[in-house]
Design a protein around this ligand. Structure first.
Ligand SMILES: CC(C)(COP(=O)(O)OP(=O)(O)OC[C@H]1O[C@@H](n2cnc3c(N)ncnc32)[C@H](O)[C@@H]1OP(=O)(O)O)[C@@H](O)C(=O)NCCC(=O)NCCS
Length: 172
């Protein structure tokens, strides 16, 4: 029987834009953000390059509490076998309940379903919660740009992580 406390993961809908924009603004922190804190008037969450279909959302008790954004690392055809996690956030009040883990797992599954061979991401070196989560879900550090960002007066590493999404094999 499904766990009634487990988050429900689904593809985002246009109507989720407002809730996701709010989560993005309320969770803004120099721990994970490289953009300045958003100020009104706020940009729409979905835009030409970021459609609802590029996002999975997590619901707890019927309420949207988090999302993951899945994109391509580059627009190049020769790079199209790779997907990238380009955003992940869980509302403060829903943290520590497995929502982030469920979103990352769903992003891996969705990438596999779309035929990807690998999934990658970039995470700030000082973002311990996210790094622990990705490591626990099979991502490994594949490269580091030391002191790539100056955030709040501190130089912070840009850490590249990745993992395969297909079972190992010569042609998969
Ligand atoms: C990172 C984030 C998505 C985790 O979401 P969450 O729903 O609280 O995570 P979960 O409850 O699924 O935790 C799964 C695992 O992540 C790790 N983790 C989560 N929070 C952690 C913390 N505060 N410290 C250390 N590890 C943590 C643990 O390994 C945890 O497994 P465990 O519970 O068995 O120890 C959430 O903290 C968040 O939204 N942070 C701000 C945005 C962000 O940093 N995004 C990533 C950008 S690259």
């Amino acid at each position: 029987m499904p766990d009634p406390d487990a988050p429900r993961i689904r593809t985002a809908l246009p109507a989720d834009g407002e809730a996701l924009g709010l989560i993005d603004r309320l969770t803004w922190s120099p721990l994970h953000a490289v953009q300045p804190e958003p100020q009104p008037p706020y940009e729409p969450f979905f835009d030409e390059g970021h459609s609802p279909g590029d996002h999975l959302v997590a619901e707890l008790d019927g309420r949207v509490v988090g999302y993951v954004r899945i994109g391509f690392p580059t627009p190049l055809a020769c790079n199209a076998h790779v997907r990238q996690i380009q955003g992940l956030a869980v509302a403060d009040e829903a943290r520590g309940r497995g929502v982030g883990r469920a979103l990352v797992r769903a992003a891996v599954d969705e990438s596999r379903r779309r035929g990807a061979r690998r999934i990658t991401l970039r995470v700030l070196g000082h973002n311990t919660p996210a790094r622990k989560l990705y490591e626990a879900e099979g991502f490994e550090v594949e490269g580091v740009l030391p002191q790539e960002f100056l955030i709040g007066g501190e130089y912070v590493d840009d850490v590249f992580m990745g993992r395969p999404v297909q079972p190992p094999g010569p042609t998969t």
